[in-house]
Ligand binder design. Structure first.
Ligand code: TRP
Ligand code: SF4
Length: 403
C-alpha cells in the first residue's frame, strides 16, 4: 500500500435535519468513493449539533437515524466504512477533556468560525463553553482515530489546521518517552541492514541540512515497511524529525470541492434558505418544486428570449443533462424556441431517476430499523476499539494511567 491509501479517513456530519441534494452531490458521493480506497470512519456528530441546538435538541434526536438511513441509501456501505454515532463513543469526550488542558484559549478564540457563527446565528446565545470548544472536540474526533485524511468543506479547513497544531503541541509535550532513542534504533533495525542504513543517512541529511527531499524519501521508505508496528513507525517518524515519538499524527484536510448543486432559487442549497430538495422528498413534491422554481426574470412571456446564465435552472442542467440537452437549452432559451416548463422537464426526469434507487433503499431501511441500529452498534464498537487504544496511549503519555 502506498502512503495515500494507507491513511485512515474520518469525517462527520451534524444531524440537524434531512439530507438534501446539496449534501449528496457535495459530500456523500465523495464519501462513497473514498470508502473503496481507504479505511473510512463516518460518524454522526450529535454533540457538535448540540453546541448550536442545545435549546431545541428534538431535531437532533430525529435526525440521527434519518441521517444514517440517508447515508446507507446513498451508498455508504457498512462493509466498507465504519458508521457510528459520536456520543456512543464517549472516548471522544475524554480525549477532548485531556486536550483542553494543553490548548491555549487564544487558539480557540482565533478560529474564524467562532466569531462568524456567532454573528450569523445572532438569535442564539453561542457565548458558551461548548461552542468555544467546538473545534477542539472536532480535533478529538480526528486524533482519536489517528486519521490521516479528513474530507471537509472549505469552512472546516481551519478546524483541521487547529487539530494539527494541537497534535504538534501534544507530541512535543508528551512524546518524550524514556529510552526513546534506543527504542527508535531498535525499530530502525527491524527494517533490515540496508534500509536501516539508508534511513539513518536520510535522517542525517534532513537534520543537518534541512533537506526536504531526504525527509520525503525517508517517509516513503517507512511507508513501505511491512515488518514494523504502528507504534514503531510513529517512533521512527518522530526520530526522523528529531522530536520524540509521534503519538497523535497530524491529519490533513481533503478539501471537498464546493458543491455545484445550487438551491431552487440559485443560492447555495441550504435548509435555512428553504430551497432544498431532500433525498427523501416525495416525487410529486420534487416535480412541483422544480416546475415552480424561478427562471430568468427577463422571460416574462413565452416568446421573450432568455439567458441561461441568469437562470438557476441552467445550473441544474449543468449537473443533470448531457451536452445535447444543454445545447438544446442554450439555443431554445435564447431564441425563445422552448418554454421554461419544457426546459425543466429533462431535469425533473433525471433528478427523479437519480433518486429512485436511493429512495427505494431508504424505504427498506426505514422499514427495518433493527438493521440500521445493528449497523450503528457494530460501527460504534469498531470505533471504540480504535479509540480505546489511542486513549490508552494518551493516558500513559500524560502520566494518568495508574494501574
Ligand atoms: N464540524 C463538522 C461540520 O460542521 C462536522 C464534524 C464534527 C467533523 N467532527 C468532525 C468533520 C471531524 C470532520 C471531522 O461539518
Ligand atoms: Fe431558464 Fe430554461 Fe427558461 Fe431559459 S428556458 S429561462 S434556461 S428555464
Amino acid at each position: 500500500m502506498n502512503t495515500v491509501t494507507r491513511q485512515r479517513v474520518l469525517s462527520g456530519m451534524r444531524p440537524t435535519g434531512l439530507l438534501h441534494l446539496g449534501h449528496y452531490h457535495g459530500v456523500l458521493k465523495n464519501w462513497v468513493n473514498l470508502q473503496h480506497e481507504h479505511e473510512c470512519f463516518f460518524f454522526v456528530a450529535d454533540w457538535h449539533a448540540l453546541t448550536t441546538h442545545y435549546d431545541d435538541p428534538r431535531i437532533i434526536e430525529q435526525s440521527v437515524w434519518d441521517m444514517v438511513i440517508d447515508w446507507l441509501a446513498a451508498g455508504i456501505s457498512p462493509g466498507a466504512a465504519k458508521i457510528f454515532v459520536q456520543s456512543r463513543v464517549p472516548e471522544h469526550a475524554e480525549l477532548h477533556t485531556l486536550l483542553s488542558m494543553i490548548t491555549p484559549l487564544g487558539w480557540l478564540e482565533r478560529v474564524p468560525t467562532y466569531k462568524d457563527q456567532q454573528e450569523q446565528l445572532k438569535e442564539k446565545d453561542l457565548a458558551t463553553y461548548g461552542f468555544l470548544g467546538y473545534p477542539l472536540l472536532q480535533s478529538a474526533d480526528i486524533l482519536i482515530y489517528k486519521a490521516g485524511l479528513v474530507p471537509v468543506g472549505e469552512d472546516q479547513v481551519a478546524h483541521v489546521e487547529l487539530t494539527r497544531e494541537v497534535a504538534r503541541r501534544f507530541n512535543h509535550l508528551y512524546g518524550r518517552e524514556p529510552g526513546f532513542e534506543e527504542k527508535a534504533l531498535k525499530a530502525c533495525a527491524k527494517m533490515g541492514k540496508k534500509n536501516a542504513k539508508m534511513f539513518k543517512e536520510l535522517r542525517r541529511k534532513f537534520q543537518e541540512k534541512g533537506d526536504q527531499e531526504s525527509l520525503d524519501v525517508a517517509h516513503a521508505l517507512l511507508d513501505t515497511q511491512q515488518n514494523i508496528s504502528i507504534g514503531d513507525r510513529e517512533r521512527l517518524y518522530g526520530y526522523l524529525e528529531g522530536q520524540g515519538k509521534i503519538i497523535l499524527p497530524e491529519p490533513q484536510s481533503l478539501l471537498t470541492p464546493a458543491s455545484k448543486m445550487p438551491g431552487l432559487d440559485g443560492q447555495k442549497m441550504s435548509k435555512s434558505y428553504a430551497n432544498t430538495i431532500a433525498l427523501r422528498d416525495d416525487p410529486d413534491d420534487i416535480t412541483h418544486k422544480l416546475r415552480t422554481m424561478p427562471t430568468d426574470p427577463a422571460r416574462v412571456r413565452r416568446n421573450d428570449p432568455g439567458d441561461p446564465e441568469k437562470c438557476p435552472v441552467w445550473q441544474f442542467h449543468l449537473i443533470y443533462s448531457d451536452v445535447r440537452t444543454q445545447d438544446w437549452v442554450q439555443t431554445g432559451c435564447r431564441n425563445a424556441g422552448i418554454g421554461c416548463v419544457q426546459c425543466k422537464q429533462p431535469i425533473i426526469d433525471n433528478v427523479l431517476k437519480e433518486l429512485k434507487p436511493i429512495q427505494e433503499r431508504a424505504r427498506e431501511y426505514e422499514e427495518d430499523l433493527a438493521t440500521v441500529r445493528s449497523i450503528v452498534d457494530d460501527g460504534n464498537e469498531a470505533a471504540r476499539e480504535v479509540a480505546r487504544d489511542t486513549l490508552d496511549e494518551v493516558r500513559k503519555a500524560m502520566g494518568i494511567a495508574y494501574l
